[in-house]
Design a protein around this ligand. Structure first.
Ligand code: FES
Length: 183
């Protein structure tokens, strides 16, 4: 006759189950801890890669001293790797830009809406057709694109295709009377 387990003593099968359950819990905890540590190790370089370094942060904005640009002339600066035209317009050029509000019909935009101060025109120097850098000149007083002949007036508005839109105005702020920060 098989003997029954003594009172209070565990059935060997139950004991095995308890041990297995303890091992299972231990394995889950260990896996969770190492898994989290592993994820952190992988995530750190990844997050570090995503954070802009100092050079990139510096390039995000660009301060330009306007005193170096005589009236009637323009200069080109590089902002975020792209050219930006800054034109110190004279009275005649400002008047022409306002007069052309009525005829700049390809991408209608008033000159006053494209400048913060009439004497300073700030536009991206990237043709809106396929991205060439326009050159000063052309029939409309602004720029002419050497690639396919688009022309822009002295407000940077497109006046002759194949480009279909005006030269965009980048974000910029006057930080003093003689200086702007682009970006
Ligand atoms: S890229 Fe300027 S006209 Fe084509």
């Amino acid at each position: 006759m098989a003997s029954s387990p003594k009172s209070g003593a565990k059935d060997p099968a139950t004991k095995t189950l308890d041990v297995n359950e303890e091992r299972r819990q231990l394995l889950i905890q260990t896996t969770t801890v190492f898994g989290a540590a592993g994820a952190a190790c992988v995530a750190y370089p990844f997050i570090k890669t995503l954070s802009p370094n100092r050079d990139v942060q510096a390039a995000a904005t660009l301060e330009v001293d306007l005193t170096t640009i005589p009236e009637g002339t323009s200069t080109t600066v590089l902002w975020q790797g792209k050219p930006v035209f800054i034109w110190h317009r004279n009275a005649e050029q400002i008047a022409q830009a306002a007069e052309d509000d009525a005829t700049a019909a390809m991408d209608p935009e008033a000159d006053a809406a494209r400048v913060q101060r009439p004497e300073w025109l700030v536009v991206m120097g990237v043709c809106t057709h396929l991205g060439c850098v326009p050159m000063k000149g052309g029939e409309y007083g602004g720029w002419r694109c050497p690639c396919h002949g688009s022309q822009f007036d002295n407000s940077g508005r497109v006046r002759h295709g194949p480009a279909g839109t005006n030269l965009p105005v980048p974000p910029y702020t006057f930080v003093s009377n003689d200086s702007i920060v682009i970006g």
